[in-house]
Ligand binder design. Structure first.
Ligand code: NDP
Ligand code: F7E
Length: 324
């Protein structure tokens, strides 16, 4: 079986690739196809068409996307909606055109309305107004779900969607402005602890609540959902409500997260908030009942996950981190 992993150098794609490589090493007859962004620009329809027609994968895992934290989303909304729509349209349509029967694409918890009841079940989709700081990205991610559902309904494909909560882990983007909160705080607290600084500032009020899932758990959940027999997936989803939430089912305030990162990195000074920066959604907690019913749950606790991610950060060194 030939599996194409789109986005294999990203945080999630590389974690999925590690799991699949382990399966190959254990004797599974899998051929893993990868292309870097430089080799194949997934926003380019002609390039994606040529690749799919030539490579003819049996299965596609779509983990490539334009990804970033609250500031990146808020300041480059055109990039987030345009690139993500183009990637999804090209990969999903050209996969179908090349006869790919099975596909898994990754969305995001930001697809749900900003003021929805918590925890958020899958059927909260399209029931209210989205969070403005990431509405363009969320619209693209909702389109990804609807693309998969539409191809399934019209063409009988088996294209599945998983909706991860906020992720973190090895391979994350630690950029000071463009990253998500957890890698941003690891870098900021580490730098402050090393420099002997007495104050670290975090964005917003510190009161928003977020749920954090380690990327190795996410990779496991992705393959779990991809591997589910079709009758099991179909029995637990609906043709027009087919996505599956992936999370831990537990959340934490940003201030408590900052305290945890401070402890892991050895920072013992003061933490102050910066209310001039946006809070975004006040709470984002996944209802993970659907996935739990099918037999999967997260294993890596937040404190352990932050510690191992910090160990990876230290081993990798700031110079090897992403530049944008
Ligand atoms: N990180 C998180 O907290 C969350 C992530 N997700 C979703 O999970 C998926 C993976 O995210 P994550 O691994 O964190 O993101 P990363 O930014 O780590 O990885 C994304 C990958 O996609 C590649 N890529 C982007 N644009 C293109 C393009 N035009 N052509 C080819 N490759 C491209 C990137 O390559 P390059 O770097 O060279 O551009 C990169 O390797 C995404 O769908 C994301 O929306 C969902 C919820 C939370
Ligand atoms: C995964 C998810 O990620 C984004 O949504 P978000 O959850 O709001 O993401 P975030 O991680 O950037 O922020 C979480 C909270 O943390 C606060 N915060 C404090 N200090 C820093 C800080 O230094 N950096 C960042 N980035 N945030 C900080 C910040 O103000 C906010 O209150 C979207 O891309 C969305 O589309 C999406 O899918």
């Amino acid at each position: 079986m030939k599996i194409y992993i789109a986005g294999h150098r990203g945080m999630v794609g590389s974690a999925i690739l590690r799991l699949l490589q382990a399966r190959v090493a254990a004797g599974e007859a899998l051929t893993l196809l990868t292309r870097t962004h430089a080799e194949l620009d997934l926003t380019n329809q002609a390039e994606v068409q040529a690749f799919m027609q030539d490579a003819r994968p049996d299965v596609v895992i779509l983990a490539a996307a334009k990804v970033g934290g609250i500031h990146a989303n808020n300041s480059s909304p055109a990039d987030f909606i345009y690139k993500n729509l183009m990637i999804e349209c090209n990969v999903i349509h050209q996969a179908h055109a090349a006869g790919v029967g099975r596909l898994l694409q990754l969305g995001s918890s930001c697809i749900y309305p900003r003021a929805v009841a918590q925890p958020m079940p899958e059927d909260a989709l399209l029931t209210g107004v989205l969070e403005p700081t990431n509405e363009p990205y969320a619209i693209a991610k909702i389109a990804g779900i609807k693309l998969c559902e539409s191809y399934n309904r019209q063409h009988g494909t088996d294209y599945r969607s998983v909706m991860p909560t906020n992720l973190y882990g090895p391979g994350d983007n630690f950029h000071p402005q463009n990253s998500h909160v957890l890698p941003a705080l690891i870098r900021r607290f580490h730098t402050a602890a090393r420099a002997g600084e007495k104050v670290v500032t975090i964005w917003g009020s510190g009161q928003p609540r977020r749920e954090f899932l380690h990327v190795d758990d996410m990779a496991e959940a992705s393959l779990f959902v991809l591997d589910l027999p079709k009758d099991v997936y179909d029995a637990n989803t609906q043709p027009m409500l087919s996505h599956i939430n992936v999370g831990t089912g537990r959340d934490i305030t940003i201030l408590d997260l900052a305290r945890t990162v401070a402890a892991v990195t050895g920072f013992d000074g003061q933490i102050v908030t910066d209310p001039s920066k946006p809070d975004g959604t006040m709470q984002k907690l996944m209802d993970v009942t659907r996935l739990a019913r099918m037999g999967w749950q997260a294993r890596i606790g937040l404190r352990d996950g932050i510690q191992s991610t910090y160990d990876w950060f230290l081993a990798t060194g700031p110079d090897a981190l992403r530049a944008s």
